[in-house]
Design a binder for this molecule. Sequence first.
Ligand code: HEM
Length: 456
Amino acid sequence: MNAPVLSAGRVRPAAPVPHDRALTPLQVIREMGRNPIAAFGIHAYQERYIYSRNWVQDFMLVGDPDGIRYVLLDNAANYHKSIQFQRLTRPALGNGLVNAEGASWRFQRRVTAPMFQPRHIADFAALMREAAETMLERWSHLAQGAEIDAADEMMQLTYAIISRTLFSNDVTMQYGKMSEALAVYLETQGKVSVARTLGLPNWFPTPDNLRARGPLKFFRGELMGLIARRKAQLAADPASARHDFLDLLLTTRDPEGGALFGEAEVFDNVLTFIFAGHETTSNALAWTLYLLSLHPDSDARAAAEAAASSDIASLVYTRMVLEEAMRLYPPAPIISRDSVGEDTLGGFKIRPKTSIMISPWVLHRHRKLWTDPDYFDPERFAPGRREKIHRFAYLPFGAGPRVCIGMGFALQEATIILSSILRRYRLELVPGFPVEPLARLTLRPRHGVKMRVFRR
Ligand code: HEM
């Protein structure tokens, strides 16, 4: 059951009901392909560790915050990005920051980190506000109660913002074509399949791999053009430098050795930051708007706060709402690692190449960690209560050395966009619209989120 359910006067937002019997390995693979978050049984939400061995791999789901801390931080060197994750993302994102390991990862992180320092992010606030206002100006021409797809609107807006802030608006990939290509890529590559579990390479002509070729060709064609144009500009006139993210990728030298990024590394990171930098934030916002439409009191309180101030630091309730929305609908629902060497975790002996899964989706709804885990309650994140949440029990942005580099950027952007919308509009879910969370690398609403827009 996915639709919101009214129980004892409270709304349970859309989520698959965990099944109460163990699935066979084949059923798990099938369910993982359909929708991974529907594959978890009730035990996953109750146990601290679930360990299993099958004919393909040793596997462990970790739901213990201390165990998660161990994997992501204390012994992070022994837990690399998983092969499964790499198979899903490598065809598009290559060896960019999300996928790289070791010295290559350290170099890429060092080069890209300055762009995401708080001072730099604060400079982006005006561009973020401007982009949000452009969307709202378009909405102002809509009739009262007109229908929009909030998921699509948020995607369009966050895409415009990533293009403006990191690439000085030079990304010429048209939104419609880009989002269609991205949707096909995620649908065909962003899931576990039998072919992938068996380790077939991505060039193998399965129907999914064949369908993914179009989007990959499109991304390559569009972005290689962007990179080549910028390189030529910089070479012809170094004073034309915009000092944006693309310039940074093209001109920063590794402090250890002085090397520049190669062409492949620049391309991989351009695509990595376009994708990682807009799709997740967009989904966070779409889920937030959905939740607010189910909870008019929270909606009214956040709207009143937005009307009183636009200063980000004073939008405390807005931030609580966003954090609670990312608890219920974490835009990155699964974080996975593979063990490199032997280890012991939660009393279990871990062999090399064991697949370790940490699922923010499961963790954020864990029966032992949260009260009424399936219900929306922003008060969990109220100042004073927020600090009592275990750092490794709430992981929308991951943790440890691989923590999301764009966390500050995303939180600022989401706060600006949400408060700008709420100040002027109230959004109502179209009655009966089937909202369904679907995990495809990110957590997307399968059919979008159809909403009616009302001026306040
Ligand atoms: C609400 C929005 C966002 C969410 C929920 C989110 C979530 C995450 C998570 C969970 C990880 C860690 C994955 C792992 O440990 O395996 C991550 C990494 C990453 N994120 Fe985000 N992200 C968001 C926004 C952004 C933005 C705005 C950018 C860039 C502008 C970005 C760029 C990245 C990159 C490049 C990494 C890889 C970092 C590394 O491995 O060193 N993300 N993100």
